[in-house]
Design a protein around this ligand. Structure first.
Ligand SMILES: [Zn+2]
Ligand SMILES: [Zn+2]
Length: 172
């Protein structure tokens, strides 16, 4: 689901990649408004836990995973920013496209790069909702990225170990 304005092509890309990698049906949920309640005026960033809580509130008996996608730059108090956040082995996750855009780094816009980065981060946060922790394989989407180069180094898929772990979860 969108949290604030998110381009449709971002959803199409996430939907296709998540369906392919997890074998699960993916539906685009209702959009949430720009999360002004989560804005930290001093940091000019949005509190990731507050945005995540807003997404989780949408569960309403739905038992699947809820992934929110936002253009807002997210942070948690101890980090200057996060690409996303998830409830470990839980239901809700959020990713931010803010720092996945080339424009953020003063470069010219690159849609295909944005879409591949967004899909990687979506798989990463969804992996956490399936109980996966960070993977030591730097090419696996479950490896930790603290900068955009590390995001770009990852392949847009789960490694064999992570993939099997998700399959096990999905079967249950
Ligand atoms: Zn992570
Ligand atoms: Zn892995």
């Amino acid at each position: 689901m969108a949290v604030g304005d998110v381009p449709l092509e971002v959803f199409a890309s996430i939907r296709a990649v998540v369906a392919e990698q997890t074998g699960l049906p993916v539906v685009v949920g209702p959009s949430l408004p720009q999360p002004e309640h989560a804005l930290d005026a001093k940091r000019r960033q949005y509190s990731s836990p507050a945005v995540l809580a807003g997404i989780f509130r949408q569960a309403n008996g739905f038992s699947g995973k809820l992934l929110g996608v936002t253009g807002c730059d997210l942070f948690i108090p101890m980090l200057s920013f996060v690409y996303g956040q998830a409830q470990l082995d839980g239901q809700a996750a959020v990713i931010s496209t803010a720092r996945l855009r080339q424009e953020f780094y003063g470069l010219s816009s690159n849609t295909s790069l944005l879409l591949s980065r967004t899909a990687k981060e979506a798989l990463h946060e969804l992996g956490h909702t399936f109980g996966l922790i960070h993977c030591a394989d730097k090419s696996c989407v479950m490896s930790l990225s603290t900068n955009i180069h590390q995001v770009d180094l990852k392949l847009g898929r789960y490694c064999a170990v992570c993939s099997r772990a998700i399959e096990e979860k999905v079967k249950r």
